[in-house]
Each structure stands twice: as structure tokens, then as C-alpha cells.
Ligand binder design. Structure first.
Ligand code: PLP
Length: 479
């Protein structure tokens, strides 16, 4: 590492990125390239000799940029946002610059301890129960993704129950979720060896705005108990991916508690909103949860990746995931004086990710972060109003946070035709390059999702997006 080269190149790279943000609105939000486009633009093999930074950055502009979908564009409304910010970027830069790998406390004590402190800070902002704080048997950890978070707690819960009933009973373990739960949970079950026939996917519908009904859970658990099976895990949602449905945690928690099941709360997107007192109600009942997850990299100004997981019983995690090879042994770990995050996750190596969250919390402060969330929710409310005022459209589920689910209304009661029309609308809107939205299906209806949450989005971008949607829709409606 040549410090002077780093200074020179680093400054130039920051300039390059700052210019990108200045001009981000000039690019089509959704990349318009065809599959394989890059193969024709780059050489067949790596260069033998060093090239200049100018040359590489030129290629980034001319060859890489066309293949980017601009997640940080103010007109990015697809999926859920993946925030970037100056503070988050600086934290990432610092983490890359320091280049440490903090798998055990001893490999960089600050990395472990800062992570514990920052997750305690955030747990307090979310008003999570005390048992999730690091001072007792609980604590928080940064995972790479909500998928990893649900996987590690599922494995922890699986091993906990198997320790009491015996390993041979794996085939009898049953998990529960709603049909709105993210596919990450299904993947976790596949990895954790849960028998596919023992994954209960409980039906939801519009009568509860796609939230899980506690009576359905109770019924399923009772049936499984009668059949001699072992219910052990519920993955509940606060803010589902399709429509931000919120499962009733308090009622579900009573059922999981009385059946000694692990309750995991997936609040990957909506968790961020719960730092605002007026939205905290959506995680009421988290008191009975065993684990809680939110992605700071979605809607909390923290650059990808930064998925926050809290558990009440860290021993369950470490009993399931720890290894102790000779080459990693050290005094602090052997004396059980420290947290070794390698035992809370799947990989060994881990980046110093808490730096960026710490930067975000310090450079913005909780007040700014709350207002940031509130502003997006207000923009979503405005958008929802625009949609409801247009007789050609309907809002499909009531908006709770900053996602609006809507569609062109069916004509002649023809749902199939209506679905096609909405697919066509999405295609037309996205290929315009002016904005990017995604879709889902709810009760067989193809629904467009406008998820507001990119840091640069302002009122004018939302209004402009609506104009484009109306314009594209009018061609389809009058066709
Ligand atoms: N859970 C919810 C509710 C989500 O919306 C998502 C992704 O959008 C996930 C889980 C998966 O997230 P990740 O990519 O962090 O695994």
C-alpha cells in the first residue's frame, strides 16, 4: 500500500463518485442493456501490465455505467430501497481502508466492541426489550443479509430443540410462516434440513391486509402436536416484501410462548420506521420474540451490507455455530471473557461493518433519521392520494409505511386482461428509463409496487413518476 498513491487515487475516486451523484438523474434508472453486453466490450483476459486509473475510470463510464440499474436514483421505486449516504459511504471507506477482519475479539477488539455498542444504541432507539441488549445474555450482531439472519436463528432454534428432544427427531420439527414471508425463509429451511413437508405456509388474504391470522397458527400448531410433530419456529413479518403487511406479534407471541417455539421477527424493511414513536406500535409484541431483524442497508442511510440481528439468548446461537480450532485459540476467547462474532454467523471472516452504522448514527443523529423516514412516508401518502384520485387506478392494500401497491382497475371484470394490462404498464414505465418500479401478485392480482425510500427522492420525483405512469397507462386503457 503506497500512501501517496492512495491519497492521489482516493481523491480522484471520490471526485468520480461525487460527479456520478451529481449527474445520476441523466441515466435511465433501469439498465437498458441486453444479456451478455459486457463480453463484447472487455478483453478476453486480464492485462499483463498496469493500466492507468484514467483508463479504468473511462471504461467504468462507457462500459459499466450502461449496465447499471441506478439504485440511488431519486426515481428508483422498485423492490425496497438500498440506501447509500455520505456517512455510510465514509464508514465503508474507513472499513476498507483499515482492512481488518474482526472474526474474534482479539483480531481487532474495537470491531467487536463497537458492533456491540452500536447495536445496543439501535436497540434502544427501537425500544426493544432489555433482553436484546448485550449486557445480559442477549445482544446484536451485524449479518450480511436478512437471509443470513433468519438462517442463523433457525439453526440456533433447531439445535436448541434437538438438544432437548434428541437429534433423531429432526424429521419431526415443524416451522410456520405466512404465505407472504420472504423466500429467504424457505431457503433457510432447505439449508437447515427442515423436512419440506413440515414447512407450514399459512394462508393470508385481503381481509387482514395479508397479515397472518393467529387462529390459523393456533390451529396448525394444535394439528401438528396431535400428529406427534414438534412445532418449534415461527417467522413473523413486520412489513412483508409484497405489501408491507404487519403480522400481529402480540397475539402470535402468546401462541409461540405457550408452545415453547422460537419467534423470529423479520422487519427487514419496516424496522427502520419503528424508531419513530408513532410507528413503534407495529413492533408491539416484540417482547415475546426471540430474535428481531432489520436491514439498516434498506432504509436507514447505511450502505449495503448491514443487516441487524438481535437475539435474547446468544448461547443458542453460539452453541449452534461455534467452532474452536487450534489455530484460532487465544487467551481472551478461552477465558470466555469476550464475544467472538465468528460464532454468531456462517462465515469466519467479517468486515468492520459497524463503522458505517456508527457514522450514520453520529453524523445524522436520531432526530434527522426519524425525519428522513417520516419524509418518505409523507411522499408515499401523497402518491397514494394521487392514485386514489384517478378512477383508472386503485390502491390494492392500505399503505402503512412508504410502499404503495396499486394497479389499473379491471374493465369488464376481466382479471386476466387486467393483469396483462398491468404487466404492460410496468414494462412501458420501466423501459422509459424515467423511473423503475417492480411488481408482485396479491390474491392473483398483478400489482405495481411504488416503494419510496431512496435518499435523493423529493416530491418532484414522485409527481413526475405519477405523470409517466398516467401517460403510459392512457395508451393502454384507450388501446
Ligand atoms: N425479508 C424481507 C421482508 C425483505 O423485504 C427482504 C428483501 O427485500 C428480505 C427479507 C431479504 O433480504 P436480504 O437481501 O437482506 O436477504
Amino acid at each position: 500500500m503506497d500512501s501517496e498513491q492512495l491519497r492521489d487515487y482516493g481523491h480522484r475516486m471520490v471526485d468520480f463518485i461525487a460527479d456520478y451523484y451529481k449527474t445520476i438523474e441523466n441515466f435511465p434508472v433501469l439498465s437498458q442493456v441486453q444479456p451478455g453486453y459486457l463480453h463484447n466490450l472487455l478483453p478476453e483476459s486480464a492485462p499483463d501490465h498496469p493500466e492507468t486509473l484514467e483508463h479504468v475510470l473511462d471504461d467504468v463510464k462507457t462500459k459499466i455505467f450502461p449496465g447499471l440499474t441506478h439504485w440511488q436514483s431519486p426515481s428508483f421505486f422498485a423492490y425496497y430501497p438500498s440506501n447509500s449516504s455520505v456517512a455510510g459511504f465514509l464508514g465503508e471507506m474507513l472499513s476498507a481502508g483499515l482492512g481488518i477482519v474482526g472474526f474474534s475479539w482479539i483480531t481487532s477488539p474495537a470491531a467487536t466492541e463497537l458492533e456491540m455498542i452500536v447495536l445496543d444504541w439501535l436497540a434502544k432507539l427501537l425500544n426493544l426489550p432489555e433482553q436484546f441488549l448485550s449486557k445480559g445474555n442477549g445482544g446484536g450482531v451485524i449479518q450480511g443479509s436478512a437471509s443470513e439472519a433468519v438462517l442463523v436463528v433457525l439453526i440456533a432454534a433447531r439445535d436448541k430443540v434437538l438438544r432437548s428432544v434428541g437429534k433423531k427427531e429432526l424429521e419431526k420439527l415443524v416451522v410456520y410462516s405466512s404465505d407472504q414471508t420472504h423466500s429467504a425463509f424457505q431457503k433457510a429451511c432447505q439449508i437447515a434440513g427442515i423436512h419440506p413437508e413440515n414447512c407450514r405456509v399459512l394462508k393470508t388474504d385481503s381481509s387482514t391486509d395479508y397479515a397472518l391470522r393467529p387462529e390459523f397458527l393456533q390451529e396448525a400448531v394444535s394439528k401438528d402436536l396431535e400428529a406427534g410433530l414438534i412445532p418449534f419456529f415461527l417467522c413473523a413479518n413486520v412489513g412483508t416484501t409484497s405489501s408491507t403487511a404487519v403480522d400481529p406479534l402480540a397475539a402470535l407471541g402468546k401462541i409461540t410462548k405457550s408452545n415453547e417455539m422460537w419467534l423470529h421477527v423479520d422487519a427487514a424493511y419496516a424496522g427502520s420506521a419503528c424508531i419513530c414513536p408513532e410507528y413503534r406500535q407495529y413492533i408491539d409484541g416484540v417482547e415475546n420474540a426471540d430474535s428481531f431483524n432489520m436491514n439498516a442497508h434498506k432504509w436507514f442511510l447505511t450502505n449495503f451490507d448491514c443487516s441487524l440481528l438481535w437475539v435474547k439468548d446468544k448461547d443458542s446461537l453460539t452453541q449452534a455455530l461455534s467452532t474452536n480450532p487450534e489455530f484460532l485459540k487465544n487467551k481472551a476467547s478461552q477465558a470466555n471473557l469476550v464475544v467472538d462474532y465468528k460464532d454468531w454467523q456462517v462465515p469466519l471472516g467479517r468486515r468492520f461493518r459497524s463503522l458505517k452504522l456508527w457514522m450514520v448514527l453520529r453524523l445524522y443523529g436520531a432526530k434527522t433519521l426519524k425525519n428522513y423516514i417520516r419524509n418518505h412516508i409523507k411522499l408515499a401518502k401523497d402518491f397514494e392520494q394521487l392514485v386514489s384520485q384517478d378512477p383508472n387506478f386503485e390502491v390494492i392494500t392500505p399503505r402503512i409505511f412508504s410502499l404503495v401497491c396499486f394497479r389499473i382497475v379491471p374493465t369488464e371484470n376481466d382479471e386476466k386482461k387486467c393483469n396483462n394490462r398491468n404487466r404492460q404498464l410496468l414494462e412501458a414505465v420501466n423501459s422509459s428509463g424515467k423511473l423503475f418500479m417492480s411488481h408482485t401478485a396479491l390474491s392473483g392480482k398483478i400489482v405495481l409496487r411504488c416503494a419510496i425510500g431512496a435518499p435523493l427522492t423529493e416530491e418532484k420525483h414522485v409527481k413526475e413518476a405519477w405523470k409517466v405512469i398516467q401517460e403510459k397507462a392512457s395508451y393502454l386503457i384507450h388501446k
